[in-house]
Ligand binder design. Structure first.
Ligand SMILES: [Zn+2]
Length: 154
């Protein structure tokens, strides 16, 4: 690493800190020759995940898209934005850590539902009713029965 000002290689690290939920390290550095200070980031290589949709087409995995779907399901529920961010981070990390480079939209929906189930039942049912596209009412009722056996953690 060279200083961008004087091109010296005599660089000192002043401070290292975890960044972005531990997936990156932020370092404050200082050039020993000219005192120029700058910041660098070191991060895990992220793999672009492809999502297979119901109609068989593929699209790039989008963090924003799953966050938006959660926000819609959680409208007017007592859920903090940070709680939704945590779900997104957890789900994305899970997908990144799995060996496959692609995942079905159905599987993503299941992962999000698993996380919502422990957070808020109303949001969970809203999300499930849209994501699973219930074909018949029995399926929906089964989903509700499953809820009763799992206590909410609020
Ligand atoms: Zn310098």
């Amino acid at each position: 690493m060279r200083c961008s000002q004087c091109l010296s290689e005599n660089i000192k690290v002043l401070e290292s800190r975890a960044h972005q939920d531990g997936r990156a390290i932020r370092r404050r550095r200082k050039c020993q020759d000219c005192d120029h200070r700058f910041t660098t980031y070191e991060r895990e290589e992220e793999v672009q995940i492809r999502v297979e949709k119901k109609d068989g087409r593929f699209e790039d995995f989008s963090r924003d898209k799953i966050l938006r779907s959660l926000q819609i399901a959680c409208q007017k529920r007592p859920i903090k934005p940070a709680q939704l961010d945590r779900i997104v981070v957890r789900v994305e990390r899970f997908i990144q850590d799995s060996a496959d480079r692609s995942i079905t939209s159905r599987r993503i929906g299941d992962l999000l539902m698993e996380n919502l189930q422990g957070l808020d039942h109303v949001a969970y049912v809203r999300f499930a009713s849209v994501y699973k596209d219930f074909a018949d009412p029995d399926e929906f009722i089964n989903e509700l029965k499953n809820l009763k056996t799992t206590p909410a953690r609020l």
